[in-house]
Design a binder for this molecule. Structure first.
Ligand SMILES: *Cc1c(COP(=O)(O)O)cnc(C)c1O
Length: 420
């Protein structure tokens, strides 16, 4: 039974050109240079946007932290894993981002699932942007509440769900008055991971507030990157969602995540969140590294890195637009194929939509032959027919590297169009 089912699923995956493969990747001194199969590549797939993963101060903090308190926390935060650096990190995050409290989880995936698992009960409604991260949508689908996915960044679509009445019919199995306390949870992201665009957070916050809905914002890609001193998308849009999720695997150059909450909500999580209570706390060493990351992000150096990043993004877009214009002129007119196009994004995430899965894979392969690493993202991660190259620009790149990427892309796109 199991055997047949698993075998069939794998075969189907293979048949769809969607087979996923994990490559051993080693970054060398800087995240923009990776070694795969003994080849060195210029890396345009890293989420280490500010280049902190290899920053000497981060490495020193790790060494110092390990020497002082070892490499593991030794337990759940509710037993003996709640170390001094971890407590300091939570306090720092809360004051930095303007919340009563922060609670650190081992990953953004876990933190997102923890929110939905704990908050959403029967009769509740989850109203999530359709392009929300898999961690959010997966938890929402398995939750006892009802999931509505509004059109990406579409306020009319969001409003239509906010206007829906909450389910008041029937008797609750438990006979409790739970359904009288049912609520709506609106979920969106600061910067979307596959499109790189911002959510209109100010308007979403207003609509949510008017509808008495709780608002959750996952700012995995915005924290450290935008807003005053890197405080992220919510700072940029001047809002304070009920639940803010920040993750440390992107601009922080490390890993882990935190929920930013009111005092009472935080208490609710500390009492009842199982992924927090029954999971090993992050190591004090890691908490020390993350504290160092915040210090860097807030500092002049952080500001400089954000400026470099911004200049790199602007240069990349300018070069790409010129290149695509040029390529479009040479694109075979008899083909029903559309010329690849760049999505409208001013974030480090710069997707070039190719269309067909195989074409995206081929172009990515051609880039590899030229020593450039860019991942092709295919359905189901993105919508069918929008397979793309998801390039990420970081503060560690320079204009010369970007030229190299754009030049290689021009050749790869044209070569691919000729074989199509
Ligand atoms: C990366 C990411 C996550 C997951 O965070 P991890 O810490 O890597 O588990 C969650 N949400 C979004 C939008 C992300 O991009």
């Amino acid at each position: 039974m199991w055997k047949v089912r698993i075998h069939q699923a794998l075969e189907a995956q293979r048949a769809k050109d969607r087979y996923r493969e994990r490559k051993i990747c080693q970054t060398v001194e800087r995240s923009q240079s990776i070694v795969v199969d003994e080849q060195v590549y210029l890396n345009f797939s890293s989420n280490d946007y500010l280049g902190l993963a290899h920053h000497p101060q981060m490495i020193d903090a790790a060494i110092q932290g390990a020497k002082e308190s070892g490499v593991g926390s030794g337990g759940s935060p509710h037993v003996t894993g709640y170390s001094t650096p971890l407590a300091q990190l939570e306090e720092k995050l809360a004051s930095w981002l303007g919340y009563d409290a922060a609670i650190v989880y081992p990953s953004g995936f876990t933190a997102n699932q923890a929110v939905i698992k704990l908050l959403v009960e029967r009769h509740d409604q989850i109203i999530a942007d359709r392009l929300s991260h898999a961690s959010l949508l997966e938890a929402a689908m398995f939750s006892p509440g009802r999931l509505y996915r509004f059109k990406h960044n579409d306020l009319t679509s969001l409003s239509s769900y906010l206007d829906k009445d909450l389910d008041k019919g029937g008797r609750d199995i438990a006979g409790s008055d739970m359904k009288n306390h049912a609520g709506k949870l609106v979920i969106t992201e600061g910067i979307f991971s596959m499109d790189g665009d911002h959510a209109p957070l100010d308007e979403i916050a207003m609509l949510s507030q008017n509808a008495n809905a709780l608002l959750m914002v996952d700012d995995a890609h915005g924290i450290g990157i935008c807003g005053k001193e890197g405080r992220g998308s919510c700072d940029l849009y001047g809002i304070k969602p009920d639940i803010l999720v920040v993750t440390f695997g992107k601009a922080f150059g490390c890993s882990g995540a935190a929920l930013l909450l009111s005092k009472e909500l935080a208490e609710y999580f500390v009492q009842f969140s199982k992924p927090l209570i029954y999971s090993t706390a992050i190591a004090p060493m890691q908490a020390a590294v993350l504290l160092e990351a915040i210090t860097l992000i807030e500092s002049n150096e952080g500001e400089k890195r954000r400026e470099t990043l911004k200049a790199n993004i602007a240069y990349f877009r300018q070069s790409m637009e010129k290149m695509l214009e040029h390529v479009a002129k040479q694109y075979p007119a008899d083909l029903s194929l559309d010329c690849p196009y760049l999505l409208d994004s001013n974030s480090p995430i710069q997707p070039l939509v190719i269309g067909e899965d195989q074409a995206a894979l081929n172009i990515s392969k051609r880039l590899r032959e030229k020593g450039i690493w860019v991942s092709a993202i295919r359905p189901p991660t993105v919508a069918p027919k929008t397979a793309r190259l998801r390039m990420t620009i970081t503060a560690e790149h320079d204009f010369k590297m970007i030229d190299q990427l754009v030049d290689a892309l021009a050749v790869a796109i044209l070569d691919e169009s000729q074989t199509a």
